[in-house]
Every structure is written in C-alpha cells, then in structure tokens.
Design a protein around this ligand. Structure first.
Ligand code: FA5
Length: 340
C-alpha cells in the first residue's frame, strides 16, 4: 500500500509539472484529488489492511494529499502568471490605457433652483419647514379661508384621493401646519415642495410642479417687510439691478393680496419675447396673512401679523435658461437634462 501511495505521489507531481496551460488544471485535479480520483481509490483499499499497517498508510495518504494540494496551488499560480505575461507581451492587454470614465449623474435643474432659493432665504434668516404632499381638504382649502363651494376653489383644479384628502394644489397648507406647530412664537420659514393640479398640460403648465412658500409671523410685521424681502430675493437671485412692481390681486388666505413682478431679466424693461413685450415678469403671489388664517393657525390677529408668498420654481427656471416647454422638466429625456 505504501508503495502504491508513493508511486501515486510521484506520478501526480510529474503530471502536474508537465501541464502546459492553466485550462488543463481542473482535469488534473479531478484525476488525482477529485471525489472519484486516484487518491480516493487508493484510500478505499485501506479497509483490507491489517490493524497494524492501517495507521501508517492513513498518515502517509494524508501527507500525500496535502503535498499534492499545495503543489497544485503553486502550479496554478505559475501557469496563470505565465499566461498573463504572454498576453501582455503579445499586446492583447494594454495596461497603459486610461480607465473607462465613470459617468456620474448630476442634480436635476429643479433641485438646483430649489437649493439656490433655499440658500438665499437662509441668508435672510428663513428656516425650512417641510409639509406633506398628500393633504387634507381642511388644510389645503378650508383653514385657508376657502370653504366648500367657495368660487375660489376653481383657482386650483384638484386631484382628489377621497372626499377629504387631496394632493396639495399649492404649498400654502403648510402655513397652517407650521403655525399650529409653532404658536405662540414668531415664525420665519420657507416651505418648498411639489404641488399637483388637475389641469390641461401645456407648454407653461404641468400637473406637477414645485413651489416655494414663504411665511413670516410676528408682532408688527408689515407689507413693506414683504416687499423688502421679495426685493432682496430678486436681487440675489437675478442680479443687483432688479426692480419690482406690485399689483393688487386676490387670494382668499391673504388680505391685502398682491402679485409681485420683476423687471424682465432678458431685456431689463425694454420689452422682448420672454416678457411678452410687457417689460415685467411675475415672480410671486403674496400678501398679508388673512386674520382668519392667523386665527386658524393659533395666533390672535389683534396681537400678531404676518406675510406670506408663493412662487413657482420651473417657470423662473424657464425664463432664466430660455426653456420653451415645461414638459421637458419631468419627461426624463437625458438630452434635455444633461444641458443643465
Ligand atoms: C398660489 O398657488 C398661491 N398659494 C400663492 C400664494 C401663497 C399667494 C401665499 C399668497 C400667499 P398660484 O396659483 O398663482 O398661487 O401659483 C403660484 C405659482 O406657482 C405660479 O406663479 C407659477 O409659477 C406656479 N404654478 C402654478 N401652477 C402651475 C403649473 N400648472 N405648472 C407650473 N407652475 C405652476
């Protein structure tokens, strides 16, 4: 038995040395060390040996197994290294080639606009208040002074989830949440987020879009604070020379309500296609928080006052970059998205 074990070891090692290619290694392994291989075959004969011979033969068989396995590892490394060298020498693998560039994504245009807007208001001391996109009818309409059947509901075509729950049509319901959470303390926040409207999609109107709401509540807050804040924002966002124009307007949740325009960023007031030859671009709807809304938020309107504004995000970005159709924003066409 010992002789045939020794012979097997020699034969195995010689055969290993004689291998010329790494792809022959698995066959060698199966032949000598596999479950049905030569070593297993010899070990099966251990049973017929005498009790004296058996331990010697068993020990020797284990030594041979270890020796063959380690020789196999070494030979495998040698053959692989040789093949790599041959491949390099033949020029099949050029290790000096630069790596393939990784294509990292980048932030969406709307996200970048939102971040800029946030940063500007942060400089003015506004914190960010996050409110949910799925809202109650109560917050989206009723507590904002828009009861059921109020004609102002027509201003916001609504996606209804059920009788009482909507996809928010504007960021204004966040005003109620923020006031209820913070009263009786002063507030200075912006509320950025996505809004939804069940409306005809056109080059200017999407059914989903971003707004940034602003809300300040305190003692002695006046409309001049609102106008000053919006002026500072326009100058920081669109250039130091910006001028504002204020027009009277109507929102049920502000009194008085105004519409804020900025002189056209493209023609600076001379008249062009972007401003439709009016010289002005609308930047926000705004006003003083209506006493009913203050009260709904937990603030006594005799003691507290506040201003609020709401602006779009995509429309100003369109003006800024000369984008003609809002539908490009969320149709996921990389040819559009890559440009910004
Ligand atoms: C409002 O939504 C009021 N909540 C704004 C407000 C807040 C007034 C606080 C007073 C106090 P309006 O419906 O005008 O207002 O929308 C505000 C801005 O959202 C618009 O100027 C526009 O930039 C953007 N916007 C509205 N509808 C769409 C739409 N379908 N697609 C893209 N942007 C839109």
């Amino acid at each position: 038995m010992l002789e045939s074990l020794n012979a097997l070891e020699k034969e195995g090692l010689d055969a290993l040395k004689a291998l010329a290619q790494a792809e022959e290694l698995p066959v060698w392994y199966r032949t000598y060390l596999g479950r049905k291989g030569r070593l297993t075959e010899v070990l099966r004969g251990l049973g017929v040996l005498s009790a004296e011979e058996r331990p010697h033969a068993g020990r020797r068989a284990n030594e041979i197994k270890t020796a063959l396995e380690s020789a196999f590892e070494t030979r495998q490394d040698e053959l692989r290294a040789a093949e790599m060298e041959a491949s390099l020498a033949s020029g099949a693998l050029d290790v000096t080639l630069p790596g393939r560039p990784v294509a990292p994504g980048h932030l969406h245009l709307s996200t970048r606009m939102l971040r800029r807007i946030r940063a500007i208001f942060a400089e003015m001391g506004f914190q960010v208040y996050e409110a949910p996109e799925v809202e109650t009818d109560e917050n989206n309409f009723e507590l904002l002074n828009i009861p059921p059947y109020h004609p102002a509901r027509d201003m916001w075509d609504t996606f209804w989830i059920n009788d009482q729950v909507v996809l928010r049509t504007h960021t204004s319901p966040g005003q109620i949440r923020c006031m209820r959470e913070n009263h009786p303390h002063p507030i200075r926040v912006i509320l950025p987020g996505k809004c939804y409207r069940y409306e005809q999609v056109t080059p200017r109107s999407e059914h989903q879009f971003y707004q940034v709401e602003g809300l300040a509540v305190g003692h002695n807050i006046r409309i001049t604070d609102l106008i000053g804040t919006m002026h500072e924002f326009a100058r920081k966002m669109h250039g130091a020379a910006r001028r504002l124009r204020i027009r009277g307007s109507y929102f049920p949740f502000t009194e008085p309500s105004i519409e804020i325009d900025m002189d056209c960023i493209l023609c600076a007031g001379k008249g062009c296609r972007v401003c439709k030859f009016t010289s002005w671009l609308e930047i926000a709807g705004a006003g003083m928080v209506h006493p009913v809304v203050l009260r709904n938020g937990g603030y006594d309107p005799d003691q507290w006052s506040g201003f609020a504004f709401g602006m779009g995000v995509e429309r100003p970005a369109m003006l800024h970059h000369g984008i003609e159709d809002i539908r490009y924003f969320y149709s996921n066409d990389l040819r559009f998205l890559r440009q910004f």
